[in-house]
Design a protein around this ligand. Structure first.
Ligand code: SME
Length: 156
């Protein structure tokens, strides 16, 4: 896949360019793990995030799936951490400063801000996309909008 690395592009321009590329990539492959894995690689490559990965709900726990970045916690309980809260609320959670999020699970001390997007099927959360940054305040409404869009492509 061809991805641009121009520093002159805004974050939104990068997402706008990435979306159709991911759509084409996912449409050509029906294996879920393969698509989730490439999704992590693309987001890491284009935005340089510290950690990008998926957790899948298995036996009523979140279990680590495809990711890019350092080793991470493998299991997260319902309602625990940012991921477990996103599962519980079925909502995207943006955390500007993880040290101020009650119950944040620190897989890495480098992580300073975070966004978690739930992936729903028949109104049930089946997985979450978790992205961590080494910078505070990395994520906003633009990330929320486009990442929700990206996960909806994965869920077809
Ligand atoms: N910080 C997450 C745990 C997963 S790692 O960041 C990869 C949380 O609080 O749920």
């Amino acid at each position: 896949m061809h991805t641009l690395h121009s520093n002159t592009q805004t974050k939104e321009q990068k997402y706008i360019e990435l979306l159709p590329q991911l759509q084409a990539l996912f449409e050509g492959e029906d294996d879920r793990i393969a698509n989730f894995a490439n999704c992590c690689a693309a987001l890491k490559e284009v935005f340089g995030f510290w950690w990008v990965g998926f957790y899948f709900i298995k036996n009523n726990q979140l279990v680590l799936g495809p990711f890019q970045g350092p080793i991470a916690c493998t299991r997260i309980a319902f309602g625990k951490g940012v991921c477990g809260n996103s599962w519980k609320t079925k909502e995207t959670i943006v955390v500007d400063d993880v040290s101020k999020f009650d119950g944040h699970i620190a897989c890495s001390s480098q992580s300073k801000s975070e966004i978690v997007i739930p992936i729903l099927s028949n109104n049930e959360v089946i997985a979450v996309l978790d992205i961590d940054s080494e910078n505070l305040n990395c994520f906003d409404e633009i990330d929320k909008k486009y990442l929700e869009n990206i996960v909806s492509l994965l869920n077809k």
